[in-house]
Design a protein around this ligand. Structure first.
Ligand code: 1GP
Length: 235
């Protein structure tokens, strides 16, 4: 259902916005203020995840979030310990930009016994890390190199391979807190080449950059750090 909603939004050219929450930086006490800000923001989705989070209190955090918002909650996991059956769905990621088998298939195989015990909607997502000016946590944790930001055609080729493999979404990632977000030119080239919905995130710090990403062809933009640092970001 989550996936079909994203597809129909794309079809109707309704742009989507996810706020990314890093459970490592959340506590059950401050959740109220956070969620009330999310509820009055233009967000359509909440993503929960991070590169290094170990999963402590994840169920409690999500149960708490769900009691306070109607927005769908999608897991955006760095590893299988970040899975909670309390969420609505999971971006089942495949790191297409890297050549580390752990992030291409090992973690996915290990996640199966956990996922089979849940009712999570599993959405296959080709995840593409793009060079953004400095080393990012995804790079460090996955031990992979991002794709060259000056080679938009190869980035688009990689995204298309994800679509051919069967990924239902493609996620262009500059990395959380990235110095430079994914350039509109890259988004344009990728979105014109693929037919599945396109997610763009990492280093987006202004409403102007959000609009530029949409105009270039992003279907869903992810905001993490900018909102985390300033809860009035969307006011
Ligand atoms: C990271 O794309 C997300 O995975 C969001 O990045 O924290 O820089 O907004 P930011």
């Amino acid at each position: 259902m989550l996936h079909s909603q994203i597809l129909s939004s794309k079809k109707n050219n309704q742009k989507l916005l996810a706020i990314l929450l890093d459970p490592d930086k959340m506590d059950l006490v401050s959740i109220d203020a956070l969620v009330s800000k999310i509820n009055t923001s233009p967000a359509t989705h909440i993503f929960v995840g991070g590169s290094s989070f170990e999963g402590n209190q994840l169920d409690e955090i999500i149960i708490n979030l769900k009691s306070k918002t109607k927005l769908p909650i999608l897991l955006f996991p760095g590893n299988p310990s970040q899975i909670s059956g309390e969420a609505d769905g999971i971006l089942f990621l495949m790191l297409l930009s890297g050549r580390n088998p752990d992030y291409l298939v090992e973690h996915q195989v290990n996640a199966v016994p956990i996922l089979e015990k849940t009712k999570l909607e599993i959405i296959s997502t080709g995840y593409i890390l793009i060079e953004s000016g400095a080393e990012t946590a995804v790079e460090r944790v996955s031990k992979t190199k991002p794709l060259d930001k000056n080679n938009a055609s190869y980035i688009a080729q990689t995204a298309k391979a994800g679509e051919f493999i069967g990924n239902k979404l493609i996620y262009l990632e500059a990395g959380s807190g990235a110095k430079n977000c994914v350039a509109p030119q890259i988004i344009k080239e990728v979105s014109s080449r693929i037919s599945v919905p396109l997610i763009v995130g990492g280093g987006i710090r202004s409403k102007k950059q959000i609009d530029e990403a949409y105009d270039a062809g992003a279907d869903l933009v992810v905001i993490g750090t900018a909102f985390e640092n300033d809860l009035t970001f969307f006011d």
